[in-house]
Ligand binder design. Structure first.
Ligand SMILES: *Cc1c(COP(=O)(O)O)cnc(C)c1O
Length: 428
């Protein structure tokens, strides 16, 4: 196991910083070498050493139908035969836009980009352009892509003006980012007391990047009220939760209506697609209709649109699939919890639709501080032990896991049995 991957990782590291094109792939927080992937098939990943894994990462969210879904695959192949990109409008963009506008009652118009990062970055610019204000409120532990003003470290409880969490981001750019605490309305009120220049609040309404931590309904209602009172916009970043927590993401669960929504991951069916959309009067400010500039050479790429369309239509025509995915996620988490209890290891779990999360923690996790109080060393041991048993989980204690339609009840059972063994090993 892992021998070929070790060689491949060494080779990759000669030419690519850290051997990877996105940092979390390097397995830094759990140690060891990332398996290099040869191919996927349904629920399974196969690495270059010939090992087979049940995949609960699914390319970090996009692959809700698992690997090599025939409908998506055919849509991609047929579209690619007609040309890969034109830099001119195609009807595929309108078709996908129409699907999204009909699906979300909060989205009157939508624009496509090529990643979640781009979607959020553009939505923020639009919010600032629309309100004529500069500051933004963001929550510790929420991830919104790697654009400058959003790369701000988690503060510890108190509201602080953000400082950049990466060299290369000038403090001048992040001084407009105000940090608040997830599920703590008082911390958001403080931001509005400190600044009368707030353009928007951006939130993952179901946080998936500090582990899985849903927002309380009352908290979301409070955010909406604060925005209305202060002339700020509420942005739901549903790049991860969209088409995952339910067909309409967190918005299928909460009654609170955002002004702008960002989408990504599942929306591209495995191809690079992001999107942002919202109220017509706000979207009308976007270039070329309005003055707020935003563009992209490969935005609305036909092959990516075709993949997105194929997967969205499949989701729309099978609404019951979320019930099944949710049942499996709950069964899996119940199994992990029982496996941990059998060895007296503290574990808390969470499920939203096809998303699941677990913390080696004895308290319920409501915010980033709670999440960080979890035992990451035990997580690392659990992760490597599961990997060796053919279970591919996200390689960080602060990620969310996903169920795809390709995952069967037998696979869930196999995973739970592996979890019992892994917990036993941790205990010994
Ligand atoms: C993944 C993610 C992003 C960034 O999307 P990329 O496609 O990786 O740029 C933004 N917001 C949330 C909530 C995400 O989960």
């Amino acid at each position: 196991m892992f021998e070929s991957s070790e060689r491949a990782f060494k080779e990759a590291s000669k030419y690519i910083p850290g051997g990877v094109d996105s940092p979390v792939r390097a397995f830094g927080s759990v140690g060891g070498v990332p398996p290099f992937i040869e191919r996927g098939e349904g629920a399974y990943l196969f690495d270059i050493d010939g090992d087979k894994y049940i995949d609960y990462v699914q390319s970090w969210g996009p692959l809700i139908f698992g690997h090599c879904d025939k409908d998506i695959e055919n849509a991609v192949i047929e579209t690619a035969k007609k040309g890969l990109s034109f830099g001119a409008p195609t009807q595929l963009e309108t078709e996908l836009a129409k699907e999204i506008v009909t699906l979300f009652d909060t989205i009157d118009k939508v624009r496509f980009v090529s990643s979640g990062t781009e979607a959020v970055m553009s939505a923020l610019r639009l919010a600032r352009g629309f309100t004529g204000k500069n500051d933004i409120v963001k929550f510790a532990g929420c991830y919104h892509g790697h654009s400058d003003s959003l790369l701000v470290q988690a503060g510890s409880g108190a509201v602080t003006f953000g400082s950049p969490s990466s060299p290369g981001v000038p403090a001048d750019l992040t001084k407009h980012t105000l940090l608040a605490t997830y599920n703590d309305l008082e911390s958001v009120k403080k931001c509005f007391e400190e600044s009368d220049d707030i353009a928007c609040i951006i939130i993952e309404p179901i946080a998936g990047n500090m582990g899985l931590v849903p927002a309380d309904e009352k908290f979301l209602e409070g955010l909406k009220e604060l925005c209305e009172q202060n002339g700020a916009l509420l942005i739901f970043d549903e790049v991860m939760s969209g088409f995952r927590a339910s067909l309409t993401g967190a918005q299928g669960i909460t009654q609170v209506k955002p002004d702008l929504v960002t989408l990504g991951k599942v929306i591209g069916g495995g191809m690079p697609v992001g999107a942002f959309g919202g109220r017509a009067d706000i979207m009308a400010k976007l270039s070329p209709e309005g003055p707020v500039y935003q563009a992209g050479t490969l935005s609305g790429n036909p092959v990516a649109m075709a993949a997105g369309l194929a997967s969205l239509r499949k989701l729309k025509h099978n609404p019951a699939l979320y019930v099944d995915l949710g049942k499996k996620a709950k069964r899996l988490m119940k199994g992990f919890k029982a496996a941990a209890e059998a060895e007296e290891i503290p574990l808390v779990t969470e499920v939203r639709g096809s998303m699941f999360g677990f913390f080696f923690n004895d308290k319920e996790v409501k915010n980033f501080d709670d999440a960080q109080a979890s035992d990451t060393e035990t997580f690392a041991k659990f992760h490597i032990s599961m990997l060796k048993k053919g279970i591919y989980l996200a390689c960080s204690a602060y990620e969310t896991g996903f169920i795809s339609t390709a995952i069967t009840d037998d696979m869930i059972e196999e995973t739970i049995i592996a979890a019992y063994e892994a917990m036993r090993e941790i205990r010994d």
